[in-house]
Design a protein around this ligand. Structure first.
Ligand SMILES: Cc1cc2nc3c(=O)[nH]c(=O)nc-3n(C[C@H](O)[C@H](O)[C@H](O)COP(=O)(O)OP(=O)(O)OC[C@H]3O[C@@H](n4cnc5c(N)ncnc54)[C@H](O)[C@@H]3O)c2cc1C
Ligand code: SF4
Ligand code: SF4
Length: 406
């Protein structure tokens, strides 16, 4: 019998927090996002904890609840509800080049601004003061959206900006992770401003967010301290492009994408990602992804995304961007193509139910889930179940609540 977390502390201490930032947005007088010693963004209490007040955070927190509603024209057991799946890339060559893959997410954000459907885009990018870290921004011009393209493989707390974005009372789009999209959807039930003001929720398909320890290890390998870094780019400027670190005194270091991800033991993927029930963006309007056959790049190319529209709103946005030339659409895809492009997503979808059982057997709370087909997809792997139980019992899922640093 599974139980569910009842406080923010329980979420964090049981490895269920992904550091989305919603705690700070909804309870700014109680929580502030802080970087832990391990390099994870977590909510630090800045006042005495108040579970009654935090109930509204918990009702949208990805560590406590996760759900998707089928709104697309088709449905697939693995890939969920969708209306359209195809190749896509940005119509603007520079955006396509600078972006993580083919620039679909940036091109859609740019299109919404150009057509005045949105006044700004809430998303994240490198923190100019600490370029190894990421922070949220409200990009108001196409130029800003494109300058803040590319994937940040470390922690990101985009939703820490949600309340400030909503407070502007202007239409806006959000580009974020699938777990963030789930939180926005859940929050919509308690905050009607989201339906009124958020014109699109766009996500990347997500293999997991490393803690910042992965980036610190890379700096160590290059012999560079975090304070010296002026640029930290994980990919982009090509597809996938090189990981590139530049220092204030003009040195530069590079690594290929395949070298960066060669040793899985060094990925430092956060615990919530290992049990992620929706890493494929079922709660978003549109999801964009890499479409490398077999799941890994065979070399550099001009940048080709997959695009999945999840509902009428996502479909209309894709068509509007295509019609304006901001987005190019290529060959159609099927869910089985996506199995080939994303084998790790298929195995994770099938493993999550067993891992949740393992955590429950260890006495850990787990999130509620709905509409994500986890039970139907359950591969009933004893190895996954036992592995999760062992991990929890040995304390490897446990985390410390951070103290706020000012
Ligand atoms: C942590 C992580 C894991 C990923 N795993 C996979 C995977 O398993 N399979 C796959 O196909 N693709 C994965 N990607 C997505 C892939 O790297 C591309 O982001 C995706 O194909 C979209 O490309 P694009 O060119 O359209 O994005 P761009 O046009 O470059 O736009 C990227 C947008 O994403 C936002 N963003 C970047 N990093 C983050 C972050 N950490 N959190 C929130 N928002 C962010 C930026 O603000 C920007 O607006 C992952 C990305 C991330 C960040
Ligand atoms: S996942 Fe988000 S809402 Fe939940 S505890 Fe972490 S920061 Fe707060
Ligand atoms: S794997 Fe899931 S929990 Fe982890 S960052 Fe991606 S969407 Fe969020």
């Amino acid at each position: 019998m599974s139980r569910h977390p009842e406080t923010i502390r329980e979420v964090v201490e049981h490895g269920l927090c992904i550091g989305c930032g919603l705690c700070e947005a909804i309870g700014p007088g109680r929580w502030k996002m802080a970087m832990t010693d391990e390099g994870r963004l977590r909510p630090a209490p800045i006042a005495s904890e108040d579970p009654a007040a935090d109930a509204e955070i918990l009702s949208a927190c990805p560590g406590a609840v996760t759900e998707a509603v089928a709104e697309g024209a088709h449905s697939d057991q693995i890939w969920g509800s969708y209306t359209h799946m195809s190749e896509a890339w940005a119509g603007d060559t520079d955006t396509r080049f600078r972006a993580a893959t083919g620039g679909v997410l940036s091109a859609l954000g740019v299109h919404l601004l150009k057509t005045e459907q949105a006044k700004f885009v809430l998303h994240c990018a490198a923190d100019p003061e600490h370029p190894v870290r990421s922070r949220w921004f409200m990009s108001e011009t196409p130029k800003e959206v494109v300058a803040r393209a590319q994937s940040r493989y470390g922690p990101s707390d985009t939703l820490a900006g949600l309340e400030i974005a909503l407070g502007r009372g202007e239409p806006f789009a959000i580009i974020a992770k699938p777990c963030d999209a789930g939180a926005i959807r859940a929050r919509t039930k308690d905050d009607p401003r989201i339906d009124q003001l958020v014109v699109a929720v766009l996500v990347m398909v997500c293999g997991g967010a490393s803690d910042l320890g992965k980036s610190w290890n890379l700096l160590r390998e290059f012999g560079v301290s975090e304070e010296e870094v002026s640029v930290f780019r994980y990919r982009g400027f090509g597809n996938p492009g090189l990981t590139r670190v530049e220092t204030e005194d003009g040195k530069a270091f590079e690594k290929t994408y395949l070298d960066l991800w060669a040793d899985e033991s060094g990925w430092r993927i956060q615990s919530r990602c290992k049990i992620c029930p929706d890493a494929i963006g079922e709660a978003a309007d549109i999801a964009a992804l890499d479409i490398w056959p077999g799941g890994a790049p065979a070399g550099e190319d001009a940048g080709f995304n997959g695009i999945i529209t999840r509902n009428d709103r996502g479909q209309a946005l894709m068509q509007s961007a295509f019609g304006a030339g901001d987005l190019v659409l290529g060959q159609r895809h099927s869910p089985r193509d996506y199995d080939d492009f994303q084998p790790h997503q298929v195995s994770k979808k099938r493993a999550v139910a067993a891992r949740l059982r393992g955590l429950s057997a260890a006495g850990y709370p787990v999130f509620r889930h709905c509409g994500l087909r986890l039970d139907e997809l359950d591969a009933k792997s004893d190895k996954d179940e036992q592995g999760a139980q062992d991990r929890a019992e040995s304390g490897r899922f446990a985390e410390q609540m951070p103290k706020a640093k000012f």
